[in-house]
Design a binder for this molecule. Structure first.
Ligand code: NAD
Ligand code: UDP
Length: 318
């Protein structure tokens, strides 16, 4: 029988990289967690350790189809996040973002649940303002290869704010900047996992372009703390709030760090830059600091060591 004081929380995309960490933390904090995922880019391995927990349930479901449940809170993370995965079936990516948002917002409206959207720094596109503040409208190519993700996420934000204004829904929109850590998929093509996997195998490090483009990398534990803090924040401030780490590195610097920390003999090899690849990215975190009292705490070197250790063990297991 359910203990009624516990919150019933849905995490869509809960079998993915961020979602699995979120499920884990929500369970540890005493909630009942329903993980909803179609396993497109996530997998059971990420949540297998949670299966024995009586507060945890997994449901294989595609959020582009309606879902009827009784819940208190919804974290909407369903959507492949790596460029390789989201461009693999671009139409499905837009559907996941837009139809998925409509279905989850409809659910939240029916049961009066609070709902958080995992939006992204990609809503700023290839930004002309640096660092990126939440009041910047962005610079996005609406017809490029990244558009299914960028415009899908922008449309989802529109839907969230229209449900907020039109139906008084309790929404929270977070714009997540590049986040890394254990349980990233080894083949999902994102830069941190790519470089670590290549370094551990002593294979060439694939630098796209000359590596002068920048990103700011947030360790997963910091990100999850910020997301939960925002969901639980009092008042009805809907966001958006940037979450990430505001220490900026060139991609070449990242490659060199990974080589040094793994002791790898990998050479760095230049490859063509993918289209619409943002030149620079760094969050302005003033709003998160002021509203949530939140601060990213884990420096890149420390987070990389933990992540490298995870991939080492993964490869040892075979
Ligand atoms: P991920 O690919 O590991 O996880 C996404 C999960 O969503 C996967 O488990 C996948 O199977 C599931 N999914 C995809 N389409 C679905 C559908 N139609 N129905 C149900 N489930 C579906 O990626 P992640 O890094 O964990 O990202 C999680 C969320 O955070 C995404 O919405 C992403 O856009 C957002 N985000 C992540 C980052 C980052 O750096 N990791 C940055 C910005 C935004
Ligand atoms: N990148 C790279 N080599 C790789 C994978 C990515 O140089 O093997 C670059 C990519 O071109 C981009 C940055 O690293 O400039 C971050 O890429 P990622 O796909 O991780 O995230 P996003 O571009 O969405 O920030």
């Amino acid at each position: 029988m359910r203990t009624w004081s516990r919150k019933r929380v849905v995490v869509t995309g809960g079998a993915g990289f961020l979602g699995s960490h979120l499920c884990e933390r929500l369970l540890a904090e005493g909630n009942d967690v329903l993980c909803v995922d179609n396993l497109f880019s996530g997998n059971r391995e990420n949540i297998v350790h949670l299966m024995g927990n009586p507060g945890f349930e997994f449901m294989r479901h595609d959020v582009t189809f309606p879902l009827y449940l009784e819940v208190d809170e919804i974290y909407n993370l369903a959507c492949p996040a790596s460029p390789i995965h989201y461009q693999h079936d671009a139409v499905q990516t837009t559907k996941t973002n837009v139809h998925g948002a409509i279905n989850m917002l409809g659910l939240a409206k029916r049961v009066k649940a609070r709902i958080l959207q995992a939006s992204t720094s990609e809503v700023y596109g290839d930004p002309e303002q640096h660092p990126q503040r939440e009041d910047y409208w962005g610079h996005v190519n609406p017809i490029g290869l990244r558009a299914c993700y960028d415009e899908g996420k922008r449309c989802a934000e529109t839907l969230f704010f229209d449900y907020y204004r039109q139906h008084g829904l309790a929404i929270r929109v977070v714009r997540i900047f590049n986040t890394y850590g254990p349980r990233m998929h080894p083949n999902d093509g994102r830069v941190v996992s790519n470089f670590i996997v290549q370094a551990l195998k002593n294979e060439p490090i694939t630098l796209y372009g000359d590596g002068s483009q920048t990103r700011s990398f947030c360790f997963v534990d910091d990100l999850i703390t910020g997301m939960i803090a925002f969901m639980n924040s009092p008042g009805d401030f809907p966001g958006p709030i940037n979450l990430g780490n505001d220490h900026e590195f060139t991609i070449l610097e990242l490659a060199r760090k990974v080589i040094a920390l793994t002791g790898s003999s990998s050479p760095i090899v230049m490859n063509p830059l993918p289209s619409d690849d943002p030149r620079q990215r760094r969050p302005d975190l003033t709003r998160a600091r002021e509203r949530l009292g939140w601060e990213p705490r884990i420096p890149l070197d420390e987070g990389l060591v933990t992540t490298i250790d995870y991939f080492r063990k993964l490869f040892q297991k075979g």
